[in-house]
Ligand binder design. Structure first.
Ligand SMILES: *[C@@H]1O[C@H](CO)[C@@H](O)[C@H](O)[C@H]1NC(C)=O
Ligand SMILES: *[C@@H]1O[C@H](CO)[C@@H](O)[C@H](O)[C@H]1NC(C)=O
Ligand SMILES: *[C@@H]1O[C@H](CO)[C@@H](O)[C@H](O)[C@H]1NC(C)=O
Ligand SMILES: *[C@@H]1O[C@H](CO)[C@@H](O)[C@H](O)[C@H]1NC(C)=O
Length: 512
């Protein structure tokens, strides 16, 4: 009913601007238009206040006509009758989402296709057209840090987290203020940190990057300005970039790949511990919680020329208690381990020092002209939803999932004398306002037997794929097991660990 009136309205409005010959007819017409307009407005008002009745109008329709802005339209689950250009895209997206893949896979718009239709991308160890075929002796892959443990959360919040991108959305290079940063997204990020209490962002500059990776890069460059030309040939030596083993290997790779005159990878922090007090320029990476062992970390080096890059990718209540807000000069965060959207490649950094901020900003500008506007839109919608309930929903789900996984793994390995896990203590979490048990992103497993110096090989023989200790610059007696992958991956990992631990008991039985 409303639809008809609107159409009349539009026709009439068009006719106002049509040149007419007959002045009298014209006056009559204007009178009629006015009458119709008044009636239409009255009807609109009636419908707005009587939405529960027989009328089919919804807040979505009203938004479409621009007459009312309602932020509740997403939660109201209102009917959708007047969606026009976005309908086909929405139908396409929902049709793909409907493909079930037996609960062991996912279909994507831009994923595999069969006969022109989206096909299932199966989880590891599952196959067949609908991912229903399990391969029994398949190895559990716990290598990568793919944060798919949050996928069920987003599927349960499909309506509030979807975003429609028009064909003409933000085609230009810059935002309206000439920057490469969405100011609205910045506000939401700062609010999120305030709500979670994991970072003090006040008085700090913000930078956006293509994932944390690009920002780590920018940070090294930002903290190692080139020397004055006169110094280059004699007194100058490059800044030493270090991290404490076990550390994330990308720090070394990012430093080495430039082969720069300004900075140089110098390995494990402990080698330099006693030398940095007096002289020497250092950049120390501090990952807190640490990847791979998930311990909260502090810098090792002190001294007037020591600069620190805090990688806080995992400093969220899913993975650790939050004892207090981080408040250092250079802090890096990423969507990847917060919402699980590793594929969006979006991260941010806070820098206190203006000169450092400017050098980082200039690097980001030269390197990629800032973070993708599409990624920023996605981040905006997702984070807006996260902060809406003071971030309870996401972190309660995330913590519960990670906590349960850790407890199961711990229980399974508690029977073992051959393997041990890193020790993590319960701590008071200022976000949950209670003491929370460990819920690490990774298990840092040690092979205890003398002969098991290659822990990766021991696990590989038991059909478990881990990441070698040497990748983190420590002995191969250690391996990292990822606990943040999807449920199928975790279930299979736990199953294989149980098998391995039960084998351990058998020789004992024989000796009795
Ligand atoms: C946050 O940082 C600002 C600026 O450095 C400082 O004034 C404020 O006291 C800090 N807040 C907390 C809670 O530490
Ligand atoms: C550094 O100094 C401390 C004592 O100040 C000493 O115990 C330690 O062994 C030294 N470390 C290295 C790597 O030299
Ligand atoms: C944004 O990107 C443009 C390139 O289009 C660059 O010229 C400009 O310096 C960037 N602005 C900032 C604030 O980084
Ligand atoms: C499991 O957790 C308990 C309590 O924190 C701890 O004492 C035990 O050592 C853990 N087991 C393993 C295998 O790390």
């Amino acid at each position: 009913m409303h639809y008809n009136y609107t159409v009349i309205n539009q026709k009439v409005l068009f006719s106002i601007y049509e040149p007419t010959v007959d002045m009298i007819n014209n006056t009559m017409q204007i009178l009629m238009i006015s009458a119709v307009l008044v009636f239409s407005i009255a009807l609109n008002i009636y419908l707005i206040f009587n939405r529960g009745g027989t009328a089919t109008i919804t807040t979505n329709q009203l938004n479409y006509y621009g007459s009312i802005h309602s932020s509740s339209s997403r939660d109201g689950g209102g009917e959708v009758n007047l969606i026009s250009w976005s309908r086909a895209a929405a139908e396409e997206a929902e049709a793909v989402a409907m493909i079930q893949c037996s609960g062991h896979g996912r279909a994507y718009l831009d994923g595999l296709s069969m006969r022109g239709e989206a096909a299932c991308v199966c989880n590891s160890c599952y196959g067949g057209q609908d991912c229903s075929v399990f391969t029994p002796d398949c190895a559990a892959d716990a290598n990568s840090g793919n944060p798919l443990f949050l996928e069920p959360y987003w599927m349960n919040h499909a309506a509030t987290s979807a975003v429609v991108v028009s064909g003409w959305n933000r085609m230009g290079y810059a935002y309206e203020d000439g920057s490469n940063i969405s100011k609205e997204l910045e506000k939401i990020i700062r609010r999120l940190h305030a709500v979670v209490g994991n970072a003090n962002t006040s008085g700090k500059y913000i930078l956006f990057g293509t994932g944390a990776t690009q920002l780590l890069n920018a940070a090294i460059i930002g903290l190692s300005p080139p020397p004055p030309h006169s110094d280059r040939d004699h007194s100058f030596s490059p800044v030493s970039v270090v991290a404490s083993a076990p550390f994330y290997q990308v720090y070394k790779q990012l430093t080495d790949i430039y082969n720069s005159l300004n900075f140089k990878w110098q390995g494990d922090t402990s080698t330099w511990k006693n030398k940095s007090d007096s002289f020497g320029n250092f950049i120390e990476f501090v990952t807190s919680p640490n990847n791979p062992d998930c311990q909260l970390k502090e810098p090792i080096l002190r001294g007037p020329y020591v600069k620190t890059i805090y990688d806080h990718a995992y400093y969220w209540p899913h993975f650790t208690a939050i004892p207090s807000p981080a408040d250092s000069d250079l802090m890096i965060f990423t969507m990847s381990k917060l919402t699980g959207h590793a594929g969006s490649r979006f991260g941010w950094a806070f820098a206190k020092d203006e000169a450092v901020y400017k050098r980082m900003s200039s690097y980001l500008s030269i390197n990629s002209m800032g973070a993708s506007r599409d990624a920023q839109l996605r981040a905006f919608e997702l984070l807006k939803m996260v902060v809406k309930d003071k971030a309870r929903g996401l972190f309660e789900f995330g913590y519960k999932t990670m906590r349960e996984r850790w407890e199961m793994l711990n229980k399974s390995l508690s029977k073992s004398k051959r393997f041990s896990l890193q020790k993590l203590e319960p701590r008071y979490c200022t976000f949950f306002k209670e003491v929370t048990g460990p819920s690490p992103a990774y298990a840092w497993l040690k092979c205890e037997r003398e002969e098991d110096h290659d822990c990766y090989a021991v696990l590989r023989a038991a059909r478990i794929i881990s990441r070698k200790g040497s990748v983190f610059s420590v002995e191969d007696r250690y391996v990292r097991l990822s606990l943040i992958k999807n449920q199928d991956d975790f279930d299979l990992l736990l199953h294989r660990i149980n098998e391995l631990v039960s084998q351990e008991e058998q020789p004992d039985l024989k000796t009795i």
